[in-house]
Ligand binder design. Structure first.
Ligand SMILES: Nc1nc2c(ncn2[C@@H]2O[C@H](COP(=O)(O)OP(=O)(O)OP(=O)(O)O)[C@@H](O)[C@H]2O)c(=O)[nH]1
Ligand SMILES: [Mg+2]
Length: 452
């Protein structure tokens, strides 16, 4: 698609910084930048040229100007990048000069949208680029970079190729129906389709993992009242985030904060102590705590070394049964080593001697979190970053595969099977954006930053 208008936008935030970048894209790019640059003749494809931006005879700033000739640019159009000094006043002034030359300020994601329409990237790659910018953990960045290089696009391609071949086989059977030659047996077709379903399920699973990773892994800190849960949270955050007091039942609501452990974005959740409630508010808080235990796959259970393991602690440990849990024997500073060893024995050898007061055990806790997470994610580091639209389409694809499987199993008419496979192909095409309505595309790209 050729766009007739040209767009420009700062690609860096409006703050004082050493350098800021202004991007320009569209057919008027070269004419516009050449007209405000001191060395227009030096400009050449992908060559960084040092010179001045001029407003008439006034020098606005000295910059490095880089131009890209279509189609060898991010958007696939003629493009320029102006590297000026990072003062928003300078950026605004250069922007004004560009606007005076007939450019328009780009909307959010408009550069990426042009790259998409010009066939430079598909939607899975566009999504990945956006994720590289917003990711909050190294793993997410790694996966996003792979996807920008086409990991998800290739996975979908493989599925489509198999599907096209299968559909062709089935259609062949339709064409030659009178001749009573069976081109593909129902059972062979079913087998082929089963395999395709497994591939789609695999992609969906990898997208779900990506979703979990980018949302952040929930890590609730649970336990009986007053064992030091809020103190543990504060220690991990290195901030006085939650109220700590000697009064049991201090925390009544859940408090969540983000941290990073082992390259993963984690949402630590402080919870109300689990006990027999003495009022309605406490009861609600305890309800929330139990819900957090239920919803999480990994938990930190805190017990109090100075009081020992009580009946209430057992109840919490039981509620966490079947979950991965890290037990902290907190307030280790108040007891001696023999007591700690005894408590660990009572817990069946489990438990890290911990003190939210002295920081003892912090390294072990982080290591334990790291180990649990890598057990969960080690084989799955190659997840995909997908938005709800993509996971929705994958679910739709699965439904349609199951329908086709049912038809094949019942030896249904080949025409209907082929029809079902075609609708499946259309769904897959929507994933990469080949057949995606404009309003959907607009809403996708509007989530991107301006200048991206
Ligand atoms: N000596 C010592 N005291 C601690 C330690 N951790 C917490 N405390 C004290 O234990 C008391 C309870 O701490 P909190 O962090 O409020 O406990 P909590 O589990 O969040 O309590 P609730 O919110 O009421 O369920 C406070 O007086 C803390 O100062 C520790 O490691 N050593
Ligand atoms: Mg608390």
């Amino acid at each position: 698609m050729m766009y007739e208008d040209s767009i420009c936008a700062p690609a860096t935030p409006p703050v004082n910084s050493p350098i800021a970048i202004i991007r320009v894209s569209g057919p008027d790019t070269f004419r516009a930048v050449a007209s405000l640059f001191s060395r227009p003749d030096a400009l050449a494809h992908r060559r960084a040229v040092y010179g001045s931006i001029l407003d008439g005879r006034t020098i606005v700033d000295d910059v490095v100007l880089l131009v890209y000739r279509a189609p060898a640019s991010f958007t696939g159009e003629d493009m320029a990048e102006i590297f000026c000094h990072g003062n928003p006043l300078i950026v605004n002034r250069i922007m004004a000069l560009l606007l005076a030359r007939g450019m328009r300020v780009a909307g959010p994601g408009e550069f990426s949208s042009r790259a998409f329409h010009n066939g430079k990237i598909d939607l899975t790659e566009a999504e990945a680029i956006n994720h590289i910018i917003t990711a909050r953990g190294e793993w997410e960045i790694e996966a996003s970079v792979r996807q920008m290089h086409g990991s998800l696009a290739r996975a979908i391609d493989e599925i489509r190729e198999r599907l096209i071949a299968l559909k062709a086989d089935i259609e062949c059977g339709i064409d030659f129906a009178e001749e009573e030659i069976e081109f593909v047996s129902n059972s062979a077709a079913l087998e082929g389709l089963n395999y395709i379903r497994e591939l789609v399920e695999g992609v969906l699973r990898q997208c779900r993992i990506g979703e979990r990773v980018s949302r952040g892994i929930d890590l609730p800190i649970v336990g009986r009242p007053n064992v030091g849960k809020s103190s543990v949270l504060n220690l991990l955050l290195n901030a006085e985030r939650a109220i700590v007091s000697a009064v049991p039942g201090t925390t009544r609501d859940t408090i969540s904060e983000s941290i990073r452990i082992a390259g993963m974005h984690i949402r630590l959740i402080d919870t109300a102590g689990i006990d027999v409630p003495s009022c309605e508010i406490e009861e609600m808080g305890i309800g929330l705590s139990l819900a957090k235990i239920e919803a999480s796959s990994l938990l930190v259970v805190v017990v109090d070394a100075s009081t020992g393991i009580l009946e209430e602690d057992r109840r919490v440990l039981d509620a966490a049964e079947g979950k991965k849990r890290i037990v902290l024997i907190n307030k280790a500073d108040l007891v001696d080593e023999a007591v700690l060893a005894g408590l660990r024995g009572e817990l069946g050898g489990e438990g890290i001697s911990f003190s939210a007061k002295t920081g003892r055990g912090l390294k072990e806790l982080e290591a334990a979190v790291r180990v649990s997470l890598s057990e969960d994610f080690v084989d799955q580091k190659d997840f995909f970053v997908a938005d709800v639209r993509m996971t929705g389409l994958l679910e739709e694809a699965l439904t349609s595969i199951r329908r086709a499987e049912g038809l094949l199993a019942d030896a249904g008419p080949a025409e209907i099977v082929a029809f079902e496979l075609q609708s499946l192909l259309d769904t897959l095409a929507a994933l990469t954006g080949e057949v995606t309505p404009d309003d959907v595309l607009n809403s996708i790209f509007s989530r991107f930053c301006i200048g991206k």
